[in-house]
Design a protein around this ligand. Sequence first.
Ligand SMILES: *[C@@H]1O[C@H](CO)[C@@H](O)[C@H](O)[C@H]1NC(C)=O
Ligand SMILES: *[C@@H]1O[C@H](CO)[C@@H](O)[C@H](O)[C@H]1NC(C)=O
Ligand SMILES: *[C@@H]1O[C@H](CO)[C@@H](O)[C@H](O)[C@H]1NC(C)=O
Ligand SMILES: *[C@@H]1O[C@H](CO)[C@@H](O)[C@H](O)[C@H]1NC(C)=O
Ligand SMILES: *[C@@H]1O[C@H](CO)[C@@H](O)[C@H](O)[C@H]1NC(C)=O
Ligand SMILES: *[C@@H]1O[C@H](CO)[C@@H](O)[C@H](O)[C@H]1NC(C)=O
Ligand SMILES: [Fe+2]
Length: 467
Amino acid sequence: MGSSPPSSSIVFAVLFLVCNAAVLCYGGKTSSFVRKVEKTIDMPLDSDVFKVPPGYNAPQQVHITQGDHVGKGVIVSWVTADESGSNTVIYWSESSKKKEAEGKTYTYKFYNYTSGYIHHCIIRNLEFNTKYYYVVGVGNTTRQFWFVTPPAVGPDVPYTFGLIGDLGQTYDSNRTLTHYENNPAKGQSVLFVGDLSYADNYPNHDNVRWDTWGRFVERSVAYQPWIWTTGNHEIDFAPDIGETKPFKPYTHRYHVPYRASQSTTPFWYSIKRASAYIIVLSSYSAYGKYTPQYQWLEEELPKVNRSETPWLVVLVHSPWYNSYEYHYMEGETMRVMYEPWFVKYKVDVVFAGHVHAYERSERISNIAYNIVNGQCVPVRDQTAPVYITIGDGGNIEGLATNMTNPQPEYSAYREASFGHAIFDIKNRTHAYYGWHRNQDGYAVEADTMWFYNRYWHPVDDSTNSDS
Ligand SMILES: *[C@@H]1O[C@H](CO)[C@@H](O)[C@H](O)[C@H]1NC(C)=O
Ligand SMILES: *[C@@H]1O[C@H](CO)[C@@H](O)[C@H](O)[C@H]1NC(C)=O
Ligand SMILES: *[C@@H]1O[C@H](CO)[C@@H](O)[C@H](O)[C@H]1NC(C)=O
Ligand SMILES: *[C@@H]1O[C@H](CO)[C@@H](O)[C@H](O)[C@H]1NC(C)=O
Ligand SMILES: *[C@@H]1O[C@H](CO)[C@@H](O)[C@H](O)[C@H]1NC(C)=O
Ligand SMILES: *[C@@H]1O[C@H](CO)[C@@H](O)[C@H](O)[C@H]1NC(C)=O
Ligand SMILES: [Fe+2]
């Protein structure tokens, strides 16, 4: 080490020049947009968005997610504070009479916090593409909501997904959610890439902040399913206060339909929705060879039938390609394990969070390395996914502003602003993608891309064409 500093600095200088030239050649974009830098602060407990609904034992924190593998099921969840109350969900559509489904109540303790009564109820065998009304709180104060089931699974079914990550509960989080709700593209379901409440930033992981988060997002998630991914802020591992069971608050509060995809835990699972096949992975569960997650994914990928669901989408919290200085290379070991599969099975896009900023990659892979051949850089690869980091929901930890320089040539666009995105599937060949920053009007897109499906239309869809 350091035996010949002069020559190593020459090597460095040459490398630096080569890299800069590459940047000029490939033209990846670092946005020049400068957001006013201000601290992100959590909304105070008495904020309007955290209001407890009035009435004895009124259901609060109402949220829904997909409840089966194909979209005919919905998991309805809510919390009651005064007594356990009823587990019944009454539901109906315009053309069907009222039916009831029965759920279960769960509670948990975390250090000196005791949860309310958490209810989860699965409604099954719904009609596709139908608006349903539902009521919870039967016997005490009732509240009514509605949702629309997705169209039947099929190759040319249009469907619009929203993308939100690392949301938290700051004023910026509220802006992100408001922008998503008012986006004229009208997301029908949110793919949430992990890190929900950030309660763990409070002393003793004050779980009251899980409750406030549940009330904050209810205005969206009671009406459309959010598809959950676990992030590091869901781990809640705190041995210093005797809390040694990871994911305790998250798994009690957020249920997912993992059994429907033969998964054995809620941390990794899959769903079909319209023309998309969504695979959710866990950055914070073992993923090495022979582990349960590895075994599941190995069996899962060959099951995807692109004639039925052309769009293969993966959600994972920690990004595999990230050119910010924050969480740099944290996703690397998982990339090494699974990237060859993603290329082989032609994954269209991988959405991640964790880094509190926005970034979109070109289609690239880095799977040629075999220890001795030295081939260990990302290369353009039209059979590979696009990697998108969308951890810019606006949480209390603030923006990731520092980027590695020069911008790697695989990085197509990066910007340290809060926002959300929309993935709008048109048919089996085309999907329109747009990222929205919170400082713009609701309809304004700051970064866009037409996705060409990797199975049905594997034409070069790079946005920075010269390579
Ligand atoms: C939990 O303990 C903390 C201090 O350790 C205290 O400030 C808080 O009020 C306690 N909460 C409850 C619900 O007892
Ligand atoms: C609240 O609802 C439950 C379940 O229907 C019922 O058993 C209980 O008596 C109700 N409580 C009050 C105070 O009405
Ligand atoms: C959050 O956003 C909603 C909708 O824009 C607004 O009505 C509400 O006042 C905001 N609350 C806070 C605390 O910013
Ligand atoms: C794939 O899906 C298509 C369309 O639904 C169906 O016709 C075909 O049988 C499926 N293939 C397999 C191997 O299940
Ligand atoms: C970001 O860059 C600034 C200026 O180089 C530096 O002072 C700061 O420590 C960096 N922050 C992080 C989190 O890397
Ligand atoms: C698929 O959608 C794209 C974009 O809207 C459109 O240009 C194309 O014609 C559509 N393909 C078919 C077969 O309808
Ligand atoms: Fe994270």
